[in-house]
Design a protein around this ligand. Structure first.
Ligand SMILES: Cc1cc2nc3c(=O)[nH]c(=O)nc-3n(C[C@H](O)[C@H](O)[C@H](O)COP(=O)(O)OP(=O)(O)OC[C@H]3O[C@@H](n4cnc5c(N)ncnc54)[C@H](O)[C@@H]3O)c2cc1C
Length: 517
């Protein structure tokens, strides 16, 4: 069926996720431009699974999750590891765990040192403060007047208090605020929550604008972008689908691709922008040969298996099923922490660990993760169909340094568990079982079943200056006019904490560079 033309716009944003909602809001507010925001998922975000902090895990595997799966790896017993990604207004920001963490200042200084001018910590700090309505008010590194309410976990659960006290007696300093420039130590998590409900870029940025009925904003949900359209190497608009109907929309200014770290490289490749050999294999005519599209894939590997049964009936879970976290170094000589630990108030373990150890419902876990992994993976399309299967290979633990660091992390978790505050609430260690050997090679075997995704895919359209970079430091796609990318896919290296706050910051960065405000 022929495409129906949906009109012409100054800006078209493909993907209304953590970053996309911010960009649409800023462009509508700060310019007179006509803005079209297209989102493949639906618009219903005021349901308990998306609003209530304790219910967020119900989103995983539901219709608002793309339900990707990592390609099997013999390093992880060929298990199918799920990767959740939000398919809904607000994207991952509408279904995630609401842990709000900017990462470490060295993350951004590292991006800048790699040639990405304007991305050093001091330059992006104003964007972090701009987005934020911090419970503690304005300070050198916090904002009080932004859209995203950020507050510390309240009324800590008994398991969180025990975790904090135990990590302190293990030797970690108390970290009252995990969003200081160089977070290291143990303390309460910060969450993007307001009045007990999720505060996302959909609810905090976009929705007020939609209610205000801004004439220069059109938001279409259930609208899947199929490909970008070009005249030579200038992006002139895009084609999209609503239900079974095909449309095109034209752009006079630019298209901003914000479809996330899996779908942004997919839309680019469907449009002929990507590694030439891949495009040729798929039979897609080449518009621009960009070898880096779909490469440099990174995610945080998380061990979901270090599990304890409580010696008393645990109170119902609160906050986001957690409330405490720790950042720590596996090697003292590291300049910044490479490990992160969460306490999770329920037996949040992989199916393989559950099958082997059968944790009781009155159990809880410490989840160690690597926040500066060395391993790199890729995203490939298996066919040229827009809804065809993908091969997403994170190559988790393929680098020896990552294996060693995650083994260290499990050892540290077990040492924290030996501290008096923790022991006081534990009946027994469920996994690894008390009689399991705990030498390093046995812990590695354990990790083959326990290693999971933190659901933080990034890096597949990396910003940089080399031949593998996809965008420049102003987020313009190399070799293409009228096209920017602004989402987690542009991160050259993954930030060393959760990735929502940095994705919102990337949305703010794109808005600033486009509007000059
Ligand atoms: C289950 C889960 C838990 C998480 N927990 C946390 C946490 O506690 N803290 C934290 O900081 N981070 C967390 N994250 C990660 C965080 O949510 C993401 O890093 C962040 O949302 C990425 O933002 P983005 O803008 O790059 O992409 P997304 O937020 O994923 O947005 C992309 C949007 O584009 C849309 N889209 C995709 N393809 C198309 C297309 N072809 N046409 C139109 N629209 C399209 C998608 O539907 C989606 O809405 C979690 C993620 C998940 C899934």
């Amino acid at each position: 069926m022929a495409e129906k033309n949906y009109g012409s716009y100054d800006y078209i944003i493909a993907g209304a996720g953590a970053a996309g909602c911010v960009i649409a809001t800023r462009l509508v507010t700060n310019t007179n431009g006509k803005v079209l925001l297209l989102e493949a998922g639906g618009a219903v975000i005021n349901v308990p699974s998306m609003e209530a902090p304790t219910k967020w895990v119900h989103n995983i595997g539901s219709e608002v999750d793309y339900q990707f799966e990592y390609a099997p790896s013999p390093l992880l017993n060929n298990r199918a590891i799920p990767l959740a990604c939000g398919k809904i207004l607000g994207g991952g920001g509408s279904i995630n765990g609401m842990l709000f963490a900017r990462g470490h200042q060295m993350d951004y200084d590292g991006w800048s040192k790699a040639g990405n001018t304007g991305w050093d910590y001091q330059s992006v700090l104003p964007l972090f403060t701009k987005m934020e309505m911090w419970e503690g008010g304005q300070s050198a590194w916090h904002g009080a007047h932004g859209s995203i309410r950020v507050e510390r976990a309240k009324e800590l659960h008994i398991t969180d208090t025990a975790f904090i006290e135990a990590a302190k007696s293990f030797g970690m300093p108390y970290l009252a605020d995990s969003n200081v420039p160089s977070p290291e130590g143990v303390g309460p998590e910060s969450m993007n929550v307001r009045d007990g409900r999720r505060c996302s870029s959909a609810t905090a940025y976009l929705k007020p604008l939609m209610y205000a009925g801004k004439e220069n904003l059109t938001v279409l949900t259930g609208a899947k972008v199929l490909k970008l359209n070009f005249s030579g190497t200038r992006c002139t608009g895009l084609s999209f689908m609503v239900k079974d109907r095909s449309y095109s929309a034209d752009v006079t200014g630019e298209v901003i691709l914000s479809a996330g770290a899996i779908n942004t490289p997919r839309v680019l490749m469907l449009s002929g922008v990507g590694p030439q050999a891949e495009l040729t294999r798929l039979g897609i005519p080449v518009v621009a040969n960009l070898p880096g599209v779909g490469q440099n894939f990174q995610d945080h590997p998380m061990a979901c298996g270090v599990c304890f049964e409580a010696n008393r009936l645990l109170p119902p879970p609160n906050n986001n099923l957690g409330g405490s976290l720790a950042f720590w170094k596996s090697r003292k000589e590291f300049a910044s922490p490479d490990l992160m630990f969460l306490n999770i108030q329920v037996p949040f373990v992989t199916p393989a660990i559950a099958a082997k150890y059968s944790p009781s419902p009155n159990s809880f876990v410490i989840t160690p993760s690597l926040v500066r992994p060395q391993s790199r993976g890729y995203v490939r399309m298996k066919t040229a169909r827009h809804d065809g299967p993908m091969e997403i290979q994170p190559n988790f633990l393929s680098e020896k340094a990552d294996r060693e660091a995650l083994i260290d992390a499990v050892e540290i978790a077990l040492q924290i568990a030996e501290q008096p505050a923790f022991k006081a609430i534990v009946k027994s260690r469920v996994a690894p079982a008390p009689l399991d050997p705990l030498d390093r090679s046995s812990i590695m075997e354990f990790l083959k079943d326990a290693c999971n995704s933190y659901n933080h895919p990034v890096g597949t359209c990396a910003m940089g200056t080399g031949s593998d970079s996809v965008v420049n430091s102003r987020l313009q796609v190399n070799g293409i006019a009228g096209l920017r990318i602004a989402d987690a896919s542009i991160m050259p290296t993954i930030t060393s904490a959760n990735t929502f706050a940095p994705s919102v910051m990337i949305g703010e960065f794109a808005s600033r560079v486009i509007t000059g405000k």
